[in-house]
Design a protein around this ligand. Structure first.
Ligand SMILES: [Zn+2]
Length: 323
């Protein structure tokens, strides 16, 4: 859990940023404010007709409309497939704005790679555009279980104005472990191989392009978050099943487009290290109240380590007690 001081300082930051955003709404017409939100998303070309949309590496905030993650899309001759719909209705509209800068093709399919807010709470917007939404059955179960908590959290971090219009819309097509389809000559292979950062995480493989969209299974540049919805042991196995495809390009769930070596270093190595360190801490008779003493400095190059490292160790401690 975060301590009170951190929460207070986050609340103070939140208030300041909310104040600034309100001020901007007063000073500038709407188009200016939209430009501000769009600026937090960066378009990256992965390979022919495949793109990533890279959002903020920090937390959800009014400025990013809950889009603090990486998304992706594939342009085919029969329409666009979007990987993850963003954290809010307005956030989804910003994602669409970037896509419209690349192609006039409609978005026919949206894949939710997991149950975390930024993977699916933009579904309502894309459903209005006529898209079909696809997700693993476990992801939809997770979304249903956590929707209310996610709305409360987004209200606190993004604010009511940013969340406006967002409703819970669930996938109409679900799969248990595998689903393949073809659109405009492009083959998509979806796999859910177990719980990772969230219970229903899945990855999306484009065999013809050697591109892997990993959702929250891979984080780069920032520290992965192991929460109560995660399972670090199974996450490592899921990671291995993804890595077995030996993708040339990886579009992670958080961070810029990357390669397998970087994904290994920033996610796989970290998870293995964390479990090993916490496990030896426990073998030495360490108590959970001293969990902060587990040295994670080798991974301090990853953003957000100040807020996540201790919490991750604590979560793994709890997991290991039950294994
Ligand atoms: Zn995420």
């Amino acid at each position: 859990m975060r301590n009170k001081k951190e929460r207070n300082s986050e609340t103070a930051k939140m208030k300041t940023s909310r104040y600034l955003v309100s001020l901007l709404f007063l000073l500038f017409p709407l188009s200016q404010s939209s430009a501000l939100a769009a600026d937090s998303l960066k378009l990256q070309e992965v390979t022919d007709d495949v793109y990533a949309i890279v959002g903020d590496l920090g937390n959800r905030a009014a400025e990013n409309l809950g889009n603090n993650a990486t998304f992706g899309f594939i342009v085919t001759s029969a329409g666009v497939v979007l990987i993850d719909s963003g954290g809010t209705y307005k956030g989804a509209r910003e994602i669409h704005r970037l896509i419209k800068g690349v192609t006039d093709q409609p978005i026919t399919t949206v894949i939710n790679t997991g149950g975390q807010d930024h993977r699916w709470l933009g579904n309502g917007y894309f459903k209005e555009q006529g898209a079909k939404i696809v997700a693993s059955r476990k992801a939809v179960e997770d979304q249903k279980a956590r929707a209310q908590d996610q709305f409360i959290m987004l209200g606190n971090l993004v604010g009511d104005e940013g969340v406006k219009g967002t409703i819970a819309v669930y996938a109409e097509q679900m799969f248990d472990d595998k689903l393949s389809f073809e659109l405009g000559g492009v083959i998509f292979e979806l796999s859910h191989s177990g719980q990772a950062h969230t219970p229903g995480d899945s990855f999306v493989w484009l065999p013809q392009k050697s591109v892997m969209f990993t959702g929250d299974i891979v984080y780069t540049q920032r520290m992965p978050g192991v929460g109560s919805q995660s399972n670090s042991k199974s996450w490592i196995e899921v990671y291995k099943s993804m890595a077995a495809y030996k993708p040339e390009h990886i579009v992670p769930g958080h961070g810029q487009v990357t390669d397998l070596a970087t994904a290994n270093a920033d996610t796989y190595d970290y998870l293995v290290f964390l479990r090993k360190s916490v496990s030896s801490f426990m073998e030495d008779g360490g108590d959970i109240v001293d969990i902060g003493s587990v040295d994670q400095s080798n991974f301090h190059y990853l953003l957000n380590h100040e807020t996540l490292a201790g919490r991750n160790a604590q979560q793994v401690f709890i997991e290991l007690e039950w294994e």
